[in-house]
Design a protein around this ligand. Structure first.
Ligand code: ADP
Ligand code: MG
Length: 729
């Protein structure tokens, strides 16, 4: 019995770290060596083509077919020099992962001859068989086909022997079928809105980009151990298993010395990342055993999103070479910390200014405050949309479970900035007196950089925290595609900046106010209006749940509840106003996300039922039989007196029967609820049923299985245990 578990353990104990050979190049020299950067492109194409690519990147200019041929030819020559034999359009369908379909450059031309072919047409547009990607019904209603189109703002790269060309994925009628398209549209909108506001303060600003620096948390588990657990293999998390005696309570893992096998994996991962120009910089142990983090320097948001998607793919491949499995699931192990992906976000101008960084002069600080307060106001007005952007079946296990920011959206800004906003709230209505303005500029606005320097207060429990020169959206899940939260954040801030501009202009024109007076007046109103979203206390505490309720902030704990707002009138109007998504696209996405939720819970329910019925119950019965044999033996020896010696064993036999009985009836009841849910027509009601009727059985079934794990002979237990998964190296 229990052979798979023990074989896996044996295999794991025999492992040695896989040797990693550092490349002959230093990492700084290796950087971007597998990327067709603009500086590389310069050497591979005529000047005309090169200029067109640069124009496309900086101004979104279209590239015509003739130029596309020249670009393709250069790209092909470069890729072949890197050993590429195939090319693919690389995109991010609504499954949340990446997709690729490889085609060879090689093409026979008759008479035994062949050439390497890759032209502008193949570069610019492809038609993957799109019918198997989620479309939320878009393709049924409109046009059967979808196509991928080149995104020149994210450079092509060679991975293995394939040239990968980042693309968007849209239907023939133009609806977005991926995560990237709405993100690009949102980034364009915030560029326009933010540039106009920035020009109040600096006429040299012509473009504003969003910046994103993600921090990716993950677990590493030996691949043999992972393979021995059907739940880990198929659902990415343990659906049952009793906590180990030792978990993270000693806090001895965080920032500890990195285990050799993990370090070998990280080194190889970094080498791959760096050659793909993913600027990974930081690596460390996280809080839970076998949990780690990798973080790059921040980049332009679209590129950073692509790089994070690429990283998640590369991680799994590199891990396999090290006999490890990467767990990107938000909560692989109940009872210990889950994994998140903090999204550090800011806006930067083409003049090199970080708009969320306090500057050196009152003028630059008034600019900072305009963007800072507008962001807070945007989060206040669209908190539910932001919450929806991070909702998933996986993340439900993490949000609000005392170790991750809660499902209640709030903003933390720290003591000093709170004091600044308090001052702004007292600004006179209408024109300011010269004295008031001087006082404000010198002592409030002017003092910001100084006070931030010694700003040591940080709040790790806030879902959306200001950290000195950026906001950190901490509630994003570890397996999420960052495109969605970034798209929502960019759109809501774009909307707020548009309003800000309109309101300031109105005061200047209609009330004949000076620009600064108008800005102070508008900011005052924003500070007042957005007060309830600001929270400086412990976001993990029960008090906050109470307090938030009093303030009227929503606490959507589950995905089906959280997603609903996406199809509200407010959301539809917002996305329409910024041309980010139309109603069809919004509704399709809602449908897809509900479907995904339903399927995940359904799959987990099936796996749990199988394991409980096929693994746990037979094992419990086998052990119970040895107890029964033992009781029989005792009876034989001690005859009438036997109960004196067998009482505990008999209790154990009864207790095992009790747990077995509960598992059987709970599994049956869960299956009944699934059957009922499966015949519900509307996806939202079906998701509600899976959430509120099916899922509650998971904990009940798990409870009894975990009790049995503690009773049954360890030699018989077939499922690899927590302590083995988390501590065997
Ligand atoms: P921590 O939050 O763990 O203390 P840091 O503050 O050093 O770490 O940065 C975390 C992440 O924030 C990094 O990926 C970093 O590149 C990113 N970051 C720093 N500045 C910006 C910015 N202006 N915009 C977006 N991300 C940024
Ligand atoms: Mg951080």
């Amino acid at each position: 019995m229990a052979t798979i578990r023990f074989q896996a353990l044996q295999e794991t104990l025999n492992r040695k770290p896989v040797a990693v050979t550092e490349p002959s190049l230093r990492r700084s020299e290796l950087y971007a060596s597998n990327v067709f950067t603009t500086s590389t492109a310069k050497h591979y194409m005529p000047k005309e083509a090169y200029n067109a690519v640069v124009d496309a990147i900086t101004h979104g200019k279209k590239i015509d077919r003739k130029v596309a041929d020249q670009v393709a030819s250069g790209m092909k020559a470069w890729a072949i020099s890197k050993g590429a034999t195939h090319y693919t359009h690389w995109f991010q369908p609504l499954t949340g992962t990446t997709a690729e379909k490889h085609d060879a450059f090689f093409e026979p031309v008759g008479d035994g001859a062949a050439i390497d072919k890759f032209d502008g047409g193949q570069l610019v547009q492809q038609e993957p068989d799109a019918s198997s990607f989620p479309s939320g019904g878009i393709r049924n209603t409109f046009e059967a086909r979808g196509y991928t189109a080149w995104d020149p703002t994210s450079p092509a790269f060679v991975m293995g022997t394939t040239l990968c060309i980042p693309t968007v994925f849209v239907s023939y009628t133009g609806e977005a079928l991926d995560n990237k398209t709405p993100l690009l549209r949102a980034l364009q909108s915030i560029d326009q809105a933010a540039t106009e506001v920035a020009r109040y303060f600096d006429k040299n600003v012509n473009k504003v980009i969003c910046t994103l620096g993600w921090e990716q948390e993950y677990f590493l588990v030996d691949s043999a151990l992972a393979a021995s657990r059907p739940d880990l293999q198929m659902a990415g998390r343990l659906l049952l298993g009793h906590e180990a005696a030792k978990g993270q309570q000693l806090e001895d893992h965080y920032f500890g010395s990195i285990p050799d096998r993990a370090l070998a994996f990280m080194r190889e991962l970094e080498i791959e990342c760096i050659s793909l120009s993913i600027p990974v910089k930081t690596r460390h142990n996280e809080v839970a055993p076998n949990q780690f983090e990798i973080a790059p320097l921040y980049e332009e948001a679209n590129l950073a999103v692509d790089h994070n998607s690429l990283l998640m793919d590369v991680m799994s491949k590199v891990a396999a070479r090290h006999n490890l499995k990467v767990l990107l699931h938000e909560k692989p192990f109940a009872g210990i910390n889950g994994s998140g992906k903090h999204n550090n976000w800011s806006m930067g101008t083409d003049t090199g200014v970080n708009l969320l960084s306090p500057g050196k002069t009152p003028k630059s600080n008034l600019m900072f405050l305009s963007f800072f307060i507008s962001t807070i106001k945007a989060v206040h007005d669209y908190a539910d949309l932001l919450r929806a952007s991070i909702a998933s079946a996986n993340n439900d296990h993490r949000l609000g479970a005392n170790e991750a920011p809660p499902a209640i959206i709030s903003v933390f800004i720290g003591q000093q900035l709170t004091a600044v906003l308090d001052e702004l709230e007292r600004v006179t209505d209408g024109n300011l007196s010269p004295e008031e303005k001087t006082e404000l500029k010198l002592n409030v606005v002017g003092k910001i950089p100084e006070i931030l320097l010694d700003n040591t207060d940080r709040n790790r429990t806030s879902p959306f925290a200001f950290t000195g020169n950026k906001f950190e959206f901490r509630a994003v899940g570890s397996s999420a595609n960052c495109a969605k939260p970034m798209m929502v954040l960019s759109t809501i801030v774009a909307q707020q900046l548009r309003e800000f501009k309109a309101e300031v202009d109105a005061l200047i024109e209609k009330k004949k106010m000076k620009k600064d007076d108008a800005i102070f007046n508008v900011l005052r109103e924003y500070v007042k209006a957005s007060k309830k979203i600001r929270f400086e206390g412990d976001g993990y505490s029960d008090d906050w749940v109470e307090e938030a309720k009093k303030r009227g902030l929503n606490n959507f704990k589950t995905t089906p509840e959280a997603l609903k707002v996406q199809v509200s009138k407010q959301a539809i109007d917002l996305y329409a106003a910024h041309a980010v998504m139309n109603k069809v696209e919004i509704e399709a996405r809602y449908e897809i996300e509900l479907e995904e939720y339903i399927k995940r819970v359904q799959i987990e329910g099936r796996i749990l039922g199988d394991i409980a019925t096929n693994h746990v119950i037979p094992t419990a019965i086998a052990y119970q039989n040895t107890l029964i044999a033992n009781v029989r033996g005792l009876k034989e020896i001690f005859e009438k007196d036997y109960t004196k010696y067998a009482a505990q064993q008999i209790d154990l036999v009864k207790s095992i029967s009790g747990h077995i009985g509960s598992i059987i009836s709970d599994v049956d009841a869960m299956i009944e609820e699934r059957k009922k849910a499966n015949v519900i027509d509307h996806a939202d009601k079906k998701a509600d049923a899976y959430c509120n009727k099916v899922k509650p059985y998971f904990d009940k079934i798990r409870y009894h299985c975990d009790k049995l794990e503690l009773m049954v002979d360890d030699e018989l237990w077939p499922l690899t245990k927590y302590r083995e998964l988390l501590f065997t190296r």
